[in-house]
Design a protein. Structure first.
Length: 504
């Protein structure tokens, strides 16, 4: 079956991508649990077929192609693991949140579309098990009978996410790099839409959010420990590009079990913002001391990444927390003080901060990518060059080598404008505005909401300096949990937390 699917023409593959995006959109927008469950299962079947068809001829699958019995054994083992996971999640629905938190950082390299993608295979297993646990019981239930779950309305956020998925799939039809667009959809957008739907329907409480934060802190501490070992030995475990870069630079960057120091730094910054929120609103001395100790450890790990984008994102998130805790004016005053101090340092020692260098040197080549991305966007402002086409079109127009070409401009709005034109850029801006506005609503009186809002703002800032917005499961997870915790029009009981500002 897979061999037959892999031989179909480009039109059939494009249709498959569009159908997968429509199914994911249906998961986000379905009115009934049965319709959503059917769309989930259909997506769960179609996506692996498209994936395996795309990578069937790659070296990674050679053992399975040559030995059918081994392929059957692997498939059987995978189904058994999914069945056990689905049973556990069905018995304990909040387990999907804890398992997703554990699986977030772990990636496995897979070749697709002539490139190597670092995929979150453990997270995909969690998503698949969660889909089975959610969908199968609802499809087996008697139609027309009401269940005990509260009705969750589709908001503007869900509509914008669905529109983003469908538009990206449609624009893959005229992309010069269809394989890249397919990889983005089946590896990231579609499975993470399922993750959003699953986390959105978990019975979230402040206690569950706290347990997830504990899991992330323990995980981050272990990853930082691995980073310390890398720094001490001056050897990286993963990513040949970073290994080569360290050999030719005077500094040494660690990435722990991540394939990129910037993504590693983004993860650490997200966990640190959760700890900072607990520290700012916390009352128990033991909790405060524990948060301070964990923040010191994670800060040491973050420093070793030398990720400027992660430092900036962390500062943005802390600014949000400060504004929520003490008010916008005080937070703005602190930011202004840091800006003045930074200006003084630049004027006093411009060479120490690289002001005397060119923009190309200071940004490690990213300024050239940004200029190239702007040129691509202005050349086709309406429809863009097609989903996933940035690297190929940049290489063609700038006559850059494959080593210099990048999959993105390292500035998400520019990448979207170049690939998807005005329509895609408008959707992106609307999504960011609606998401941040929704997450900030009620955040002053809830530690969990404050942490999620600050982490999402930090992630958005990070994408302005690096890449990977909806390609990062953190974005979908933060939106899902924030939406589930966000107060509705009805009166919502708040967790016992110190108010952000005392009422006069």
């Amino acid at each position: 079956m897979i061999a037959a699917v892999s031989t179909v023409g480009d039109l059939a593959q494009t249709a498959g991508v569009v159908v997968a995006a429509l199914l994911a959109a249906a998961v986000l927008l379905a009115r009934s649990d049965r319709a959503r469950s059917a769309a989930m299962l259909a997506t769960l079947v179609l996506t692996p077929v498209l994936l395996v068809a795309n990578i069937w001829s790659t070296p990674q699958l050679a053992p399975l192609r040559d030995r059918p019995l081994l392929a059957l054994a692997v498939a059987g083992g995978g189904l058994l693991v999914l069945a056990l996971g689905a049973f556990a999640i069905h018995r304990m629905p909040e387990l999907v949140a804890l398992a997703a938190a554990v699986a977030l950082p772990f990636r496995v390299p897979i070749e697709s579309g002539g490139d190597t993608a670092n995929l979150l295979l453990p997270l995909y297993l969690v998503i698949a098990a969660g889909v089975l646990a959610y969908a199968v019981p609802r499809l087996r239930a008697t139609p027309g009978l009401d269940d005990d779950e509260p009705v969750q309305r589709r908001g503007l956020l869900e509509w914008l996410l669905a529109a983003t998925l469908v538009l990206y799939a449609v624009q893959s039809a005229y992309s010069s790099d269809f394989d890249k667009a397919l990889s983005q959809l089946i590896f990231f957008y579609v499975p993470f839409a399922l993750l959003f739907a699953l986390l959105r329907r978990v019975p979230w409480t402040a206690q569950l959010a706290g347990r997830c934060l504990v899991v992330l802190v323990v995980l981050a501490a272990a990853l930082v420990g691995i980073g310390f070992v890398e720094f001490a030995k001056r050897e990286l475990l993963l990513n040949p590009k970073v290994i080569a870069s360290n050999q030719f630079e005077s500094y040494f960057r660690v990435n722990s079990l991540f394939f990129d120091p910037n993504i590693y730094g983004r993860f650490l910054a997200t966990v640190m913002l959760g700890l900072a929120a607990v520290l700012l609103w916390g009352r128990r001395p033991l909790v405060v001391v524990g948060c301070v100790a964990a923040l010191v450890l994670l800060w040491a790990g973050l420093v070793l990444t030398l990720s400027q984008s992660s430092f900036t994102a962390l500062l943005a998130g802390l600014t949000v927390l400060g504004a929520l805790r003490w008010g916008l004016r005080r937070a703005a005053a602190v930011v202004l003080a840091f800006a003045i101090a930074g200006t003084v340092v630049v004027l006093a020692a411009p060479g120490a901060v690289g002001v005397d260098q060119s923009a190309e040197q200071v940004t490690s080549g990213r300024s050239t990518l940004v200029r190239g991305g702007i040129d691509l966007a202005t050349a086709r402002p309406l429809a863009g060059w097609g989903a996933g086409a940035f690297r190929r079109e940049y290489r063609r127009q700038e006559k850059a080598s494959s080593a210099r070409a990048s999959a993105a401009s390292h500035t998400i709005p520019i990448t979207i404008a170049a690939e998807q034109g005005i329509g895609g850029l408008a959707l992106y801006l609307a999504l960011v505005i609606v998401a941040i506005g929704g997450l900030l609503r009620g955040a002053r009186h809830s530690i969990a909401r404050a942490a999620i809002a600050a982490a999402f703002v930090a992630l958005v800032v990070h994408t302005l300096l690096y890449a990977a917005f909806l390609e990062d499961p953190l974005a979908w997870a933060l939106l899902a949990v924030g939406s589930a915790l966000r107060p509705s029009g009805a009166q919502e009981p708040e967790p016992a937390a110190e108010p952000a500002a005392a009422a006069p």
